[in-house]
Design a protein around this ligand. Sequence first.
Ligand code: DQA
Length: 140
Amino acid sequence: MKFLIVNGVNLARTGQREKGVYGAESLEEINAGLAAFAKAHGHEADFFQSDIEGELCAAIGRAEGVYDGIVLNAGAYTHYSYALRDAIAGVSVPVVEVHMSNVYAREEFRKKSVLTEVCKGEVLGFGKASYQLALESFWL
Ligand code: DQA
């Protein structure tokens, strides 16, 4: 199977910003680990990151017919982007929502995701392992 791992706003700075929350590893390092994990299980993973909402929507749209699943950490867009929600609802590719932190143990605004209802499932609170668990959910 072929998967797309999508990271949204501010996630390019993983490893540099709020290390106590998101860890010290860079997004490139996390992605390299995910690529190796997918490969070791006979699958393929591609990666996309953008801070721009419309680019994330377009990447989800382009995934139609190309990928078997999407792992999405939309960053703060999770909490208010109806555009991303519509993009997810508009493709038949299943999307698993991911968060590195336990959003329920943080600020009030993080407790609401406008994406979860249109996602296949959600993995959160396990740091970079959240991505791996989400990816694995597609073949378990
Ligand atoms: C995040 C949680 C979001 O609330 C936050 O805006 C992020 C990262 C996470 O991975 O825990 O940027 O999605």
